[in-house]
Design a protein around this ligand. Structure first.
Ligand SMILES: [Mg+2]
Length: 209
């Protein structure tokens, strides 16, 4: 593929909270796990879901294990509205390489199942990508721009000098911009950044030596 400067712009895309609506998918399973009405669980969650009072039923890790192993959480999450179609448009433009970077290998001895559910979900929703990295340390992967929602990851990426767009949800209200509240905004911001990147890489035209 012929691209400006010989390579594509690498877009590092987190899954949970960015492409997949993790909180909405987990909520009915959490209600079942706790034995409470789904309506009693707030949507205004912070990172780790402590508002749902999971400690009374073994804590977050116990729920996570149940949700992924017994309810196929990663295969059933609803996509964030607009995400699959926007990623298809970005991929089709030809100058963006989509690199999925997700920290889903969270339970010991369960990686095959987590990866299977994840790749099936990506294909089921027609989400294009060339690279997929199951990584906790996202800065170690390398990308020209990251889409991320976890406050801890955003701060670590920015501290390491990596441009990161905050994909807005209730866990990251306190973080400074650039911030995007919808995939319409994400797509426009990414397009602007890619165009600037291409302009910067274009060889300067000048008089022939
Ligand atoms: Mg996330």
């Amino acid at each position: 593929m012929s691209q400006a400067g010989g390579r594509q712009f690498v877009l590092g895309v987190d899954l949970d909270g960015v492409v997949a609506d993790f909180a909405r998918g987990l909520k009915p399973i959490a209600a079942e796990w706790l034995g409470v009405a789904e309506s009693s669980l707030t949507d205004q969650i912070s990172y780790g879901f402590r508002e749902w009072g999971l400690e009374r039923a073994g804590g977050y890790d116990a729920l996570h294990r149940f949700a992924v192993k017994d309810r196929e959480l990663f295969a059933r999450l609803p996509p964030i509205p607009g995400a699959p179609a926007a990623l298809r448009r970005m991929s089709a433009a030809g100058d963006i390489r989509i690199r999925i970077i997700t920290h889903r290998l969270y339970i010991h001895w369960f990686h095959k199942e987590a990866i299977r559910q994840t790749t099936e979900w990506l294909e089921h929703h027609g989400i294009p990508y060339w690279d997929i990295c199951f990584m906790r340390d996202k800065a170690a992967v390398g990308a020209d721009l990251y889409l991320e929602d976890s406050p801890e990851n955003i701060q670590a990426l920015r501290a390491a000098g990596h441009e990161t767009i905050v994909v807005v949800n209730s866990t990251n209200d306190h973080l400074p911009g650039p911030r995007a509240g919808s995939w319409e905004d994400i797509e426009a911001m990414v397009r602007e950044r890619v165009d600037r990147w291409k302009a910067e890489r274009r060889p300067h035209s000048g008089p022939a030596p």
